[in-house]
Design a protein around this ligand. Structure first.
Ligand code: SF4
Length: 416
């Protein structure tokens, strides 16, 4: 997400006509960057550095040669821990290409297959990079239809490319006992299916271990939440995206180190910001002016991102693991009607005492952009300024940075 990534992307592109070599160069670059981030995290031992290293480790797993499960952002990754599979999110891989300005290669490949340009670019790029055989070690392809119906056809196609049967969790939109029962039964069914497919027994101790790690991660975040709302840590806008990926896809021991570091950090001097903002939905993955405006050292700070806090209230019950995973999926405030999402966003805005809210309308994403009017009305009612910003998170050629700049500057001026 930096000029360095773009430069490296240019270097990879130079070798693109020799795909094996290009992939090796890509792999090497990611490996070196991950090593650098781990060293930085160990030296600094602060929240942001650990989060940055965890986010990159997700992408890196796709190229390390170990067995992986390709999943979407809301799939319960804990299950894969019982099979020693590292989860890699297809959305994250699409984001990695965008950060290097290489996304056109995957988008063009998907379009050549007949995928419409109106389809979400996360889906197009995620599919395209699999068509380009950039990921060769996927042993499982799994997704939920929670929050995004588009996942099902895309993940089915990705599974087909890898010669696998897709695993799909059909998530009802209401949180009641029968939904919890249905989802937990499906998850248990997936475990049995995987035992047969992979010819491997499910390791309950590893599964439990994973849940215990997450119990500490989310427990610590819940405990620190009031302090964090008062004195948020300074994060670059792109680090909020790293955080939501880390929490959803790789809540591992390094993420545990992140929240432990956060505890210490909150006891030291907190930065002060002129204005605070809540970010809704995602933000562009490529280097762009939004990252300059909302940088860690800017007086305008994004203090919370909607998708980093969607599982804050999830309570882990290791004794009833499948039921608690079903509750995790079903309790997501973005899953139900838009009023529930608005209530959740309002609560975040009040808790973090924000001066404004920015909703990024990712092109082709009906589920988030379709709610914007209702969200805007909800914030208008409580007199919190709301900006609806159009753009594309993956395709860096889709909107000029200048357009973002003009809209945001006008919004900041209006807030004062
Ligand atoms: S951006 Fe929207 S359409 Fe695209 S994967 Fe996410 S939820 Fe689905």
């Amino acid at each position: 997400m930096s000029k360095k990534s773009v430069a490296y992307g240019k270097f990879v592109r130079y070798f693109w006509k020799r795909p094996k070599l290009a992939k090796e160069i890509l792999k090497l670059g990611i490996k070196l960057e991950l090593a650098r981030r781990r060293v930085v995290a160990n030296i600094k031992n602060d929240f942001a550095s650990w989060v940055d290293s965890v986010a990159l480790s997700i992408v890196s797993s796709a190229f390390e040669g170990g067995k992986i499960a390709l999943v979407n952002l809301f799939f319960p990754v804990e299950i894969m821990a019982g099979f020693d599979l590292k989860c890699v999110s297809a959305e994250g891989l699409a984001g990695m290409l965008a950060a290097m300005h290489l996304e056109d290669l995957a988008l063009n490949r998907a379009e050549a297959m007949g995928i419409s340009k109106n389809t979400c670019s996360f889906h197009r790029a995620g599919l395209g990079l699999n068509l380009l055989k950039m990921v060769s070690n996927a042993k499982v392809v799994a997704a939920t239809n929670a929050l995004c119906d588009g996942n099902v056809p895309i993940f089915k196609t990705i599974a087909q490319i890898h010669g696998l049967d897709p695993l799909i969790v059909d998530v009802p939109r209401t949180f009641d006992q029968s939904s919890v029962h249905s989802v937990s039964q499906q998850l248990e069914g997936i475990v049995h299916e995987l035992e047969n497919e992979l010819n491997q027994s499910f390791n309950y101790s590893k599964f439990e271990e994973q849940l215990k790690i997450e119990s500490e991660i989310f427990g610590t975040l819940r405990e620190l939440y009031p302090k964090l709302c008062e004195n948020p840590v300074g994060l670059h806008l792109y680090q909020h995206v790293n955080l939501l990926y880390a929490l959803h896809v790789r809540p591992d021991v390094h993420m545990l180190k992140a929240v432990r570091a956060l505890r210490k950090q909150l006891d030291s001097n907190a930065p002060t910001f002129k204005k605070r903002f809540l970010w809704m939905h995602l933000s562009p993955y490529y280097d762009n002016v939004l990252n300059d405006i909302f940088s860690k050292d800017s007086q305008y700070s994004v203090v919370a991102s909607e998708l980093s806090w969607d599982w804050l209230n999830w309570k882990i019950d290791v004794a009833h693991p499948f039921k608690c995973l079903a509750e995790k999926i079903l309790s997501n405030p973005l899953l139900g009607d838009v009023e529930t999402r608005a209530k959740f966003a309002l609560q975040l805005a009040f808790d973090f005492k924000v001066d404004g809210v920015i909703h990024f309308n990712h092109f082709g994403c009906k589920q988030s952009s379709g709610s914007v009017e209702i969200l805007k009305n909800a914030f208008d009612e409580v007199r919190i300024p709301f900006l609806s910003l159009d753009g594309d998170c993956v395709d860096h050629t889709s909107a000029s940075s200048e357009q973002y700049k003009t809209r945001i500057q006008a919004f900041l001026e209006m807030i004062g």
